[in-house]
Design a protein around this ligand. Structure first.
Ligand SMILES: Nc1nc2c(ncn2[C@@H]2O[C@H](COP(=O)(O)OP(=O)(O)OP(=O)(O)O)[C@@H](O)[C@H]2O)c(=O)[nH]1
Ligand SMILES: [Mg+2]
Ligand SMILES: [Zn+2]
Length: 310
């Protein structure tokens, strides 16, 4: 007897996938058919899939189709995201805002709502607030938290409960050791995720979380899902999801309103003088945060180089 079931992939490890069936608590473990194990068409956590079940064969559960995706990311490897919580610490590890801004740009480019979470405010509350202010200024929802002294958890939980529902999916992403798993445990203690130490010498995380996993936020039908993901290392950014140079300015939302205001229609807003470039002018006036423009220009340079060789 062959039957078909539909569900969402919540975990994938060593060629086996765990699928939570729609409108049910039941989870089944299955493999994926050949073509769905290859690079471009690989099954991702977050995928809605059809599973073909052959009751007569052992191993007879196979993901036979990936249903249409809203979006998919390479890092973190997830499909159908609605929200990306971009997590970085006020200190230890010190944030690299260019990396944060890459994640914001990738979210915007893929139609995913970016949300910034600054952790470890107990280490330097003023610094944590100043980071959050950068993102508030450009109208990205931002939170300041400390899992150590219990700051910000109620606000963040309320935001998640209000928005991540009706089958929507959110993921926590960021460098290793910033406290992604810790903050998720503070928000939802029943998750009981493993958390790790920070190396004293190099002030980096130790890659405690090893795989992406999606957790239903309640047992209710059509609840929301949140994912914990392994922290990035710097090398990961070499193999990042990226997009065309021409799409970059659109992925920095605060630049959009200056479109058409520079002296030259094709102004790339890189290194132009404030006389010619409305973005440079806006930055001098403090309308655009300095670090954001610096990130934009750094990413521009990388994409421009890449375009040359494509
Ligand atoms: N001072 C302070 N330390 C924190 C806070 N949140 C987490 N930590 C510590 O930071 C370290 C790393 O936390 P994790 O939650 O494992 O970090 P992660 O982002 O999940 O790291 P990976 O799984 O490797 O990506 C642990 O030692 C935590 O105790 C915080 O708010 N304040
Ligand atoms: Mg973790
Ligand atoms: Zn310009």
């Amino acid at each position: 007897m062959i039957s078909e079931k539909y569900g969402k992939v919540v975990k994938g490890l060593g060629g086996l996938f765990e699928v939570k069936l729609h409108n049910s608590d039941e989870r089944i473990v299955c493999r994926a058919k050949g073509v769905l194990r290859r690079d471009e068409e690989r099954v991702l956590v977050g995928d809605d899939v059809r599973v073909t079940v052959d009751a007569e064969t052992p191993d007879g559960r196979v993901i036979s189709e990936i249903l249409e995706r809203k979006n998919s990311l390479i890092r973190p490897p997830l499909a159908n995201l609605d929200y990306l919580f971009i997590v970085f610490a006020a200190k230890r590890p010190a944030p690299v805002l260019e990396t944060v801004d890459k994640l914001v740009a990738i979210s915007v480019h893929n139609g995913i709502e970016p949300v910034v979470v600054v952790t470890k405010s107990d280490m330097d509350a003023a610094l944590a607030e100043s980071y959050a202010d950068i993102y508030k200024k450009i109208k990205v929802t931002s939170f300041v938290t400390s899992s150590l002294v219990g700051v910000g958890a109620d606000e963040l939980r309320a935001y998640i409960n209000e928005n991540v529902k009706d089958g929507k999916t959110a993921a926590f992403a960021g460098a290793s050791g910033v406290g992604k798993s810790t903050v998720m445990n503070t928000l939802f203690p029943e998750l009981a995720l493993a958390t790790g130490e920070i190396s004293r010498k190099i002030e980096r995380g130790r890659h405690t979380t090893r795989h992406v996993e999606l957790f239903p936020l309640s047992g209710e039908e059509n609840c929301g899902f949140i994912a914990d993901t392994p922290g990035f290392s710097l090398i990961d950014f070499e193999r990042f999801d990226f997009f065309e140079l021409d799409d970059l300015a659109y992925s920095f939302p605060e630049l959009r309103s200056y479109r058409g205001s520079c002296r030259y229609a094709d102004c790339a807003h890189v290194g132009e003088s404030a006389d010619d470039c409305a973005v440079a002018r806006a930055s001098e006036l403090g309308e655009i945060p300095e670090s954001r423009l610096a990130s934009y220009r750094a990413i521009y340079k990388v994409l421009k180089e890449k375009k040359k060789y494509d």
